[in-house]
Design a protein. Structure first.
Length: 267
């Protein structure tokens, strides 16, 4: 949990087990996971909030970016988060949520069936990160960048084109901006490529459910692309570049959680 202007912004960043298996659950944990896609949410929120702050700590949390709705509690505010297809729906216990936007229509459908009011405002707020940080697509210096999901990092580590998802956010985004093409099993590798206008194809993730990918693509008005098993296959796929306006997502940002301040100029 991070506190931004006296408002708690939830994000997922657990410590990694030092050893695998049962002993890993017992022994003290090691370093934080630091998966860049899970850290983007608070950074986008911080930029949109600017110097605004509550006069006292608030009692309502904000969930933004990531498949984290199974962590939601009653009265939480949701802006762009989604359902995790790997998590049983029985673990989503909150039924009194203040939803301003969700990642996509699949998440909206799940919540609506549980009686939660969800507006037709879709999009992953990570799409806003490059523009908010003045990062633009550059002249390509990398013909190919592979952005693996956290669980796929070991699989692709031997490839020179591989980009670790544990690197600092700005480094990951800047590297994607310098790429001619992106192949990714990381959802946010695909999201950032979309935001920058870099052609990208989806690699088959080894452990992730496809729900979140389909949710994201449909939330931006597209069908989920073919899921590719090899790099050669990704290079043969036509890129479906993003044609999506961020206006409704930005307009839905919950500024009312802070007592003062407004959007920074130029956003």
């Amino acid at each position: 949990m991070l506190q931004i202007g006296n408002v708690d912004v939830f994000h997922w960043n657990p410590r990694r087990p030092l050893v695998r298996g049962r002993m890993g659950a017992i022994l003290p944990k090691g370093r934080l996971t630091n998966n860049f896609g899970d850290l983007i949410g608070p950074e986008v929120v911080r930029t949109l909030v600017g110097n605004a702050t509550r006069s006292r700590p608030g009692d309502r949390r904000l969930l933004a970016v990531g498949s984290i709705l199974h962590f939601a509690e009653d009265d939480d505010v949701v802006w762009g988060s989604g359902i995790n297809g790997k998590i049983p729906l029985s673990q989503i216990r909150a039924i009194r949520l203040d939803v301003r936007a969700v990642r996509g229509p699949l998440t909206a459908d799940v919540l609506r069936k549980r009686g939660v009011a969800v507006p037709d405002v879709f999009g992953d707020p990570a799409l806003l990160y490059p523009a908010l940080n003045d990062i633009k697509r550059a002249t390509p210096t990398r013909p190919l960048t592979i952005v693996p999901n956290l669980h796929d990092e070991e699989t692709w580590r031997h490839r020179a084109e591989a980009l670790s998802p544990r690197l600092p956010i700005r480094e990951v985004v800047a590297t994607i901006a310098q790429s001619e093409f992106v192949a990714a099993s990381s959802l946010h590798g695909l999201v950032i490529a979309d935001a920058l206008g870099v052609p990208a194809s989806m690699l088959q993730p080894s452990k992730e459910d496809l729900f979140k990918y389909q949710d994201y693509y449909e939330g931006t008005g597209r069908r989920m692309p073919k899921v590719c098993a090899t790099i050669a296959e990704t290079l043969d796929q036509p890129a479906d570049l993003l044609r999506w306006s961020p206006t409704s997502l930005i307009d839905a940002f919950p500024h009312d959680l802070w007592v003062e301040g407004s959007l920074p100029s130029g956003t």
